[in-house]
Design a protein around this ligand. Structure first.
Ligand code: NI
Length: 130
């Protein structure tokens, strides 16, 4: 698996995007509303690194609790996988706990993604590289 992006929780996505642009990031995608996660999401790039901004839109968003805990902060790394099912199974057998059902990510062109939790390193995302 290869690192695909760093997921960053933010309270105000437009302000956050402007702050990253000031640091020299380029806007990779416009802000997309993900109605499964009830969050606004966009991607920025710099020096080959990709940052995903995730901002909960309502209190029942899957990230609403996380943002109360972390505030504005990075909270996951996402890995792109050419062998999605195999890599997910390998993480699970290595002690990672799958969080919820796999579901498509509208902000990533509908790619299939899965989230895992490790008590040692927190949240990890795996995205199917089609
Ligand atoms: Ni992500």
């Amino acid at each position: 698996m290869r690192i695909h992006h760093i997921g960053y929780l933010v309270k105000k996505i437009e302000k956050a995007r402007a702050a990253f642009v000031k640091l020299g990031y380029e806007i990779e995608t416009e802000i997309v509303y993900d109605d499964i996660r009830k969050a606004d999401i966009c991607f920025l790039k710099k020096d080959g690194y990709r940052v995903e901004l995730v901002s909960p839109v309502s209190d029942d968003s899957v990230v609403a609790n996380l943002i109360r805990q972390y505030r504005n902060a990075p909270y996951h790394l996402c890995y792109a996988s050419d062998s999605f099912e195999q890599d997910c199974a390998s993480l699970e057998s290595g002690g990672y706990v799958r969080m919820g059902e796999d579901c498509p990510a509208p902000a990533m062109g509908g790619k299939k993604v899965a989230f895992f939790f490790s008590s040692a390193i927190g949240i990890v995302e795996v995205a199917e590289e089609a």
